[in-house]
Design a protein around this ligand. Structure first.
Ligand code: NAD
Length: 300
C-alpha cells in the first residue's frame, strides 16, 4: 500500500511509524521540515513539497491541527494556492484524521466528490499512547464505500473503526466525545485536588476512585497528578500528549455545534472556560492534563 501522510506532529509521527511497520510505503510532508526529516531513518520517503508527497499515492492521510489547516491543505490557501485535491491522481483515496468542525469536513468532502475523489473524515481517539500502540479508535464520516476503503488502511493504525454516518458525522461524534473528555479531565483534577486539600494521598484516592463510580478514562490512563503514572504527561512535566490549546479548540467546536442546534451544554461551557483561563496563563503548548495545576494554585 502506497500512502502519502501530511502532518507529522504528536499524533501523525507514531501513526506513520505503524504504517511503515505494517509494510506500507509512506511518503511524508510537514511544513516543519525537521518533523519530516526525523522519519527518514525509519524508512519514510521525505517529500520536499506537498505535490511531491502525494504524487503516485493510492491513499492520502492528513493529521493537522484545525479546520483552517485542513481547508488550506485540501482546497488551497487564501493566496490562491492550489490544494491537494487538484494535485492528486484520479482514484486517490483521501482520509482526514484531524479533529475539525463538521462544516469544513463536509465542504472538503463535497469538493472532492465534485472531482470524483472519495474523501472521509476519520478523527481519532486514544491519544499519543493509542497512536504509538496502534490501538486508536477511528470515527468515520462518509459514504458506505468510503468507509470500506478507509477500514483497509485504518486497520494498520487503529483497533476500533466506527462508521458514524455521512460526511462530517465522524467529526460530530468526535466533538461529543471530547466535550465529555474535557469535562471528565476537569472533574478528575478537581476531585484529586479536593482530596489532597483534605489530607488524602492522591495515589490512594486514585486507586479508590478507579474501583468506584468515579472511574473514567482520565483516571484510568492519564492521571493528571504528577508521580502517579510513570508514562502519563503529568509525570513528564506535562509534555504533550494532547496540547491544552487543542482541547480548547475542541471544546470550542462543541460550543459552536451547540449554538447551531440550540442545545444546552453548561458543563462543556464551564470546561471550555477553565481551559481558556488556563491557556491564557501560558499553558497552551503543555498537555491538557496540566489543568491540574489550575486547581493547585497559587500557594498549594
Ligand atoms: P500537532 O500540532 O502536534 O501536529 C500537527 C502537525 O501538522 C504539525 O507538525 C504541523 O507542523 C503540521 N502542519 C500544520 N499545517 C500544515 C500544513 N499546511 N502542511 C503540512 N503540515 C502542517 O497536533 P497533534 O497533537 O498531532 O494533533 C493533530 C490532530 O489530531 C488535531 O486536530 C488534534 O485535535 C487531534 N488529536 C490529537 C490527539 C492527541 O492526543 N495529541 C488525540 C486525538 C486527536
Amino acid at each position: 500500500m502506497n500512502i502519502a501522510f501530511i502532518g507529522l506532529g504528536n499524533m501523525g509521527r507514531p501513526m506513520v511509524l505503524n504504517l511503515l511497520k505494517a509494510g506500507c510505503q509512506v511518503s511524508v510532508f510537514d511544513i516543519n521540515t525537521a518533523a519530516a526529516e526525523a522519519l527518514k531513518e525509519d524508512g519514510a520517503f521525505v517529500a520536499g513539497s506537498m505535490e511531491e508527497c502525494v504524487k503516485g499515492a493510492q491513499t492520502v492521510m492528513t493529521m493537522l491541527p484545525a479546520g483552517e489547516h485542513v481547508r488550506a491543505v485540501y482546497l488551497g490557501d487564501h493566496q490562491g494556492g492550489v490544494g491537494l485535491l487538484k494535485m492528486v491522481e484520479a482514484g486517490t483515496f483521501l482520509i482526514d484524521s484531524s479533529t475539525i468542525d463538521p462544516a469544513s469536513a463536509r465542504l472538503v468532502a463535497q469538493q472532492a466528490h465534485t472531482l470524483e475523489l472519495e474523501f472521509v473524515d476519520a478523527p481519532v481517539s486514544g491519544g499519543v499512547a493509542g497512536a504509538q500502540a496502534g490501538t486508536l479508535t477511528f470515527i468515520v464520516g462518509g459514504t458506505d464505500s468510503g468507509f470500506k476503503q478507509a477500514e483497509e488502511v485504518l486497520q494498520h493504525v487503529g483497533k476500533n473503526i466506527f462508521h458514524a454516518g455521512k460526511a462530517g458525522d465522524g467529526q460530530m461524534a468526535k466533538i461529543c466525545n471530547n466535550l465529555m473528555l474535557g469535562i471528565l479531565m476537569s472533574g478528575t483534577c478537581e476531585a484529586l485536588s479536593l482530596g489532597m486539600d483534605n489530607g488524602l494521598d492522591p495515589k490512594v484516592l486514585s486507586d479508590i476512585m478507579l474501583q468506584s463510580s468515579g472511574r473514567n478514562w482520565a483516571l484510568e490512563l492519564y492521571n493528571p497528578c504528577p508521580g502517579i503514572m510513570d508514562k502519563a504527561p503529568a509525570s513528564n512535566h506535562y509534555q504533550p500528549g494532547f496540547m491544552s490549546k487543542l482541547m480548547l479548540k475542541d471544546l470550542g467546536l462543541g460550543l459552536e455545534a451547540a449554538t447551531e442546534s440550540q442545545s444546552p451544554i453548561p458543563m462543556g461551557t464551564l470546561a471550555r472556560n477553565l481551559y481558556a483561563f488556563h491557556n491564557a496563563e501560558g499553558n497552551e503548548l503543555r498537555d491538557f492534563s496540566s489543568l491540574f495545576e489550575f486547581y493547585r494554585k497559587p500557594s498549594k
